[in-house]
Design a protein around this ligand. Structure first.
Ligand code: HEM
Length: 234
């Protein structure tokens, strides 16, 4: 067997064995987790004022040579995460006939048993979010907002978007589902990467819950602050 066929064989195993699929879920989930943490930190700059969030958005958008490769990388991770997760969910359903799997489910949390449902809701939220803010499909006027330096006015876009309670509810639902998904996801990622030792189990579970709650609060704080009038147009 030459080196190419050994490589192809290993790649095949990654996508066809349960352990390989879990490794793909953990690696892609880790990348997506880092992205949401960075995105939340970026959004919190809304509290620093008009200039800061627009400077930050302008900095990201002006480096097209990094922006597009990054977008392609992120989209690839999302597609791999969703597709591999779907295959794992189908495998699990098939295995439910075996009694030992049923026993395993008894101790499983509600979040762990509903990962595919929360994942599907998050996926729908991301599609809506991109149509709403990035592509300007639902509200094309957002793309025409410019600040005093003739840059995209992200501050005005966010304040305008969250002035209606319906949009705030949709986002609150989206980010609450993300928190719920991560309350099991972070823990599962650590386990799949083989880093979960029994002595650390309870700390990892707590850390997973804390990360999920902080992300929910961080993301939800911006729409709620706009709705409560704490963030306003000048
Ligand atoms: C209240 C919560 C959120 C707010 C205010 C928010 C805000 C924004 C803004 C302003 C942009 C840039 C739009 C533009 O192109 O001008 C953006 C892009 C994006 N957001 Fe969010 N976001 C939120 C939650 C989320 C969540 C929870 C996720 C993922 C689960 C997410 C994923 C994305 C993605 C993938 C992009 C596109 C990034 C790119 O252009 O490369 N966002 N968001």
């Amino acid at each position: 067997m030459n080196q190419t066929s050994v490589g192809m064989n290993s790649l095949w195993k990654v996508f066809t064995t349960t352990i390989g699929k879990k490794a793909v879920m953990a690696a892609t989930g880790g990348v997506l987790l880092l992205f949401v943490i960075a995105h939340m930190a970026g959004n919190l700059q809304m509290f620093l004022g008009w200039g800061d969030i627009n400077n930050y958005a302008d900095l990201l958008k002006s480096h097209r040579e990094f922006l597009w490769p990054f977008r392609v990388f992120l989209a690839t991770c999302l597609v791999l995460h969703v597709s591999t997760g779907s295959f794992l969910a189908i495998d699990n359903r098939r295995k439910r006939g075996h009694s030992y799997e049923v026993k395993k489910l008894v101790g499983a949390s509600f979040a762990s048993q509903t990962m595919w449902i929360s994942g599907l809701i998050i996926f729908c939220f991301i599609v809506y979010h991109l149509l709403h803010f990035t592509l300007g499909v639902t509200n094309p006027e957002y793309l025409t907002f410019r600040d005093a330096h003739d840059r995209p006015d992200v501050y005005r876009m966010i304040v305008t978007a969250f002035s209606t309670a319906g949009t705030v509810c949709l986002y609150a639902l989206g980010v609450a589902t993300l928190g719920f998904h991560l309350s099991h996801g972070v823990r599962a990622m650590v386990e799949s990467l083989g880093l979960r030792m029994e002595t650390w189990a309870s700390r990892i579970d707590k850390t997973s819950l804390v990360v999920a709650c902080l992300l929910f609060l961080g993301f939800a704080s911006v729409p709620l602050a706009v709705l409560m009038g704490l963030l306003q147009l000048k």
